[in-house]
Design a protein around this ligand. Structure first.
Ligand code: AP5
Ligand code: MG
Length: 213
């Protein structure tokens, strides 16, 4: 096994596939950058205010995300592997990431969940969450929806899943993240997976990549 980076536009299924990977391969530790930033946004102070920009779909500064990555890397233990979802997203983040990986002699694979914009937009439109005891849970299927409804838990959409923020996220992906993906492709590290299929079919391809690596 090697460390893994998941790339893909918003709604391509990074979080969905990461959950499957971690379930079968618990040695993978999921670093979901967007989720960490949403957690920080929840603070009612100056720091929390800074992170509210993600609701408009803006990328936060490289120094913030790279500091979070460094913290995450510092708590990795022997036999654990990083599963990166949403990092690195800019060339600056990629340079720091490559530097850390090179120095620590850590190898990694890169997977792009490939999906056209229109399908991803449909998925985001339908994506829902519920809140239970202060925690946020993704409604992944009918069972989750029934559970949340039965218990009267608050069901909601993510704040950056509105049309303007989705467009901003996509534009930033094209401008800032595509060059990173291109770079990994040139290095011969990129696996492109057709992410228009069912989550199970997509996961089968990912599984093959993980077990071969
Ligand atoms: P982040 O939370 O990472 O958002 P994103 O990249 O836009 O991706 P999403 O989480 O929206 O989609 P996903 O690919 O995880 O799809 P999911 O599995 O949920 O980042 C949020 C923000 O934080 C960024 O916009 C930025 O502001 C900031 N940020 C984060 N990292 C940063 C960084 N490194 N630098 C600077 N800023 C950063 O699936 C979507 C839906 O589709 C779900 O409802 C799911 O159930 C469904 N679905 C999934 N797969 C399938 C399938 N195969 N068939 C049918 N439905 C499916
Ligand atoms: Mg996600």
């Amino acid at each position: 096994m090697k460390h893994l980076i998941l790339f893909g536009i918003q709604g391509s299924g990074k979080g969905t596939q990461a959950a499957k990977i971690v379930k079968e391969f618990p040695a993978y530790k999921h670093i979901e950058m967007g989720d960490i930033l949403r957690g920080l946004k929840g603070m009612d102070n100056h720091l929390g205010n800074y992170f509210k920009q993600i609701d408009q779909g803006k990328y936060v500064s490289d120094s913030v995300t790279t500091a979070i990555f460094d913290i995450f890397m510092s708590i990795m233990e022997k036999g654990e592997y990083m599963l990166m979802d949403g990092f690195p997203r800019t060339k600056q983040q990629m340079y720091l990431f490559m530097d850390r990986m090179f120095r620590s002699k850590m190898e990694f694979e890169v997977i792009l969940l490939d999906i056209p914009k229109d399908i991803s937009l449909q998925r985001l439109d339908q994506r829902q969450f519920y809140r239970k005891d202060g925690y946020v849970y993704h409604i992944r299927n009918r069972h989750d929806l029934e559970f949340a409804t039965e218990h009267g838990y608050e069901i909601f959409h993510r704040e950056d899943d509105n049309a303007a923020a989705v467009e901003k996220r996509l534009q930033q992906h094209i401008k800032l993240t595509l060059p990173v993906i291109e770079y990994f492709k040139e290095l011969g590290l990129l696996h492109v997976v057709d992410a228009t299929r069912t989550p199970e079919e997509i996961y089968e391809d990912i599984r093959k990549i993980i077990t071969k690596a």
